[in-house]
Design a protein around this ligand. Structure first.
Ligand SMILES: [Zn+2]
Length: 282
């Protein structure tokens, strides 16, 4: 991604939000990256190819309907009850990035194949600002990926749209699929900004649409969940910065099994209610 020039004529490196000379806000680096002409042109090419393919398969209308559904998709973060309980307790509690938590000593990487290489692919995606990015899942089903926790925080669009970018899939799977060396930048065309999220979904998933596809199928085309961490397939939402409880639109989950967890869930429900947010029990 090219560096940009600030109003003050200084060069602003691609990883910086603020100008190093005058301190002016120069925009969220992940959104700037996804908006770069190279990324936009490459994604537009993929969308055009998807439309040609769908037309040839007599399902152009079904693809357009899928795109329309994805316009209304939400960002979901699945976590366990305890993480949500901490976040909901006060405005001063923040949900921060995995990298920031590890750096602060607040969290240790898991002993699994994903966390072992996570720092490498996050820094390949967002060179020198990976610590700022929190990860969510794009969903039409109101649920995040269950491998990360049984309760899903659905974020308010208003709190994230301007600072969110989207990425094709779990970067771990992407690297394997495209045989990308970690010392090379990611190829263009697999990122979008919030306003063009349906373009990314069309480019990625058009081959799963056919003339029999209905609106009811859209959620499971956009997102497949197989339970474990890193399993399943979904478009990732990458949000610059942290969120606090004011960014929560709703929390969605199943009634907890244990008495202790039911007490926590009740407390979360009360807090959500006082915030004007919703608790949804499936
Ligand atoms: Zn400046």
């Amino acid at each position: 991604m090219p560096d940009i020039i600030c109003k003050c004529k200084s060069v602003v490196p691609s990883n910086r939000k603020d100008c190093p000379a005058c301190g002016r806000d120069c925009g969220f680096p992940n959104v700037r990256l996804a908006s770069s002409s190279e990324e936009v042109a490459a994604l537009e090419k993929r969308v055009a190819d998807a439309q040609v393919s769908a037309a040839a398969r007599q399902c152009g209308a079904q693809l357009a309907s899928f795109a329309e559904s994805v316009e209304g998709a939400r960002a979901a973060i699945a976590r366990n009850l305890h993480v949500i309980d901490d976040l909901i307790k006060g405005d001063r509690n923040h949900y921060t990035s995995y990298q920031a938590q590890v750096h602060a000593g607040a969290r240790d990487p898991e002993e699994n194949e994903w966390d072992r290489v996570r720092t490498q692919y996050e820094s390949a995606l967002y060179p020198n600002f990976q610590n700022e990015i929190i990860f969510a899942c794009l969903t039409l089903s109101q649920e995040g990926m269950s491998g990360y926790g049984g309760f899903s925080i659905i974020l308010k669009d208003e709190m994230i749209a301007h600072r969110a970018s989207l990425f094709e899939e779990n970067p771990h799977s992407f690297i394997e699929r495209h045989q990308i060396l970690m010392n090379k930048p990611f190829p263009p065309g697999y990122r979008a900004i919030w306003e063009t999220k349906s373009d990314l979904a069309v480019a990625k998933l058009h081959s799963r649409i056919d003339s029999n596809t209905t609106i009811e199928d859209h959620a499971s085309i956009l997102q497949t969940d197989q339970g474990g961490t890193g399993d399943g397939d979904f478009i990732e939402v990458h949000i610059y910065g942290s969120v606090n409880r004011r960014a929560i639109d709703k929390v969605v989950g199943r009634k907890p099994r244990t008495f202790e967890d039911r007490i926590i869930w009740k407390r979360i429900q009360r807090e959500l209610d006082s915030l004007g947010a919703e608790a949804v029990e499936l």
